[in-house]
Ligand binder design. Structure first.
Ligand SMILES: Nc1ncnc2c1ncn2[C@@H]1O[C@H](COP(=O)(O)OP(=O)(O)OP(=O)(O)O)[C@@H](O)[C@H]1O
Length: 223
């Protein structure tokens, strides 16, 4: 998926200006990091990409299409093309690993055979095939985060967004999670990872976008 922001602004109804004049272009198949202090606008930028929030100025083009021109019916389709990973992984603790990963497929109405096949393929990619029957509470923090990643990729998204995906993990586990994102990127998925771990971001040697108080202050160089 190709993403282009053209002088995008987002002012919340509270009057808070979360993003201002943000422009950048993510090529199809590119991987980049998004850094910036707490409150700089990283989550807001990702919410605009998922159409959870709407920009108040500027244009967002996805594969050349202005998101504002999408009909209400086209929004679920757009969201299925975007996989999202959160820091607190938001797993359902009363369901097995399998069922957590299956959720996005059930929402989109796939049949159970198809679901089982896709869920196992996703769990295999994150190295958790043997844990499908476990309750997420019985897994380590790193494993829980990998379940969150499997759930994000089970729909085979063309864009993978991760908001502070390594926030609670130690450096070794963080590096493993980043390597997983890199593997998805290698097979053609566009990947954007928000992280304030500058040391980790620098080691990954990808493009770095930096937000400061809602403005894009750096684009391109390594952190
Ligand atoms: N729903 C909302 N209503 C009003 N203001 C909001 C809302 N969401 C975010 N903001 C404000 O917009 C600004 C940017 O927030 P955002 O969550 O995008 O930053 P962030 O870089 O992701 O920060 P963090 O790393 O702490 O998550 C902040 O000042 C925040 O308080």
């Amino acid at each position: 998926m190709e993403i282009e922001f053209q002088r995008v602004g987002k002012k919340y109804e509270s009057g808070q200006e979360a993003l201002s004049q943000v422009s950048f272009h993510l090529q199809q198949g590119e991987m980049a990091f998004l850094t910036g202090h707490s409150g700089a606008g990283k989550s807001t930028l990702m919410k605009l990409m998922m159409m959870i929030e709407r920009q108040t100025s500027g244009q967002i083009l996805v594969d050349g299409v202005d998101l504002r021109t999408l009909s209400r019916r086209a929004i679920p389709h757009h969201r299925r093309r975007v996989g999202v990973v959160f820091q607190n992984h938001q797993l359902l603790l009363d369901r097995s690993v399998f069922h957590n990963v299956a959720l996005p497929l059930q929402v989109s109405g796939a049949d159970s055979q198809q679901i089982a096949k896709r869920v196992r393929a996703a769990l295999d990619k994150v190295g958790l095939l043997d844990k499908e029957k476990y309750n997420p509470m019985a897994l380590s923090g790193g494993e829980q985060q990998r379940v969150g990643i499997a759930r994000a990729v089970v729909n085979k998204p063309q864009l993978l967004l991760a908001d502070e995906p390594t926030g609670n993990l130690d450096p070794k586990l963080s590096a493993e999670i980043m390597n997983l994102f890199q593997e998805f990127n290698r097979v053609g998925v566009t990947v954007l990872v928000a992280s304030h771990d500058l040391a980790l971001v620098a080691r990954m040697r990808h493009r770095v976008l930096t937000l400061s108080q809602g403005r894009m202050v750096n684009d391109g160089g390594f952190a």
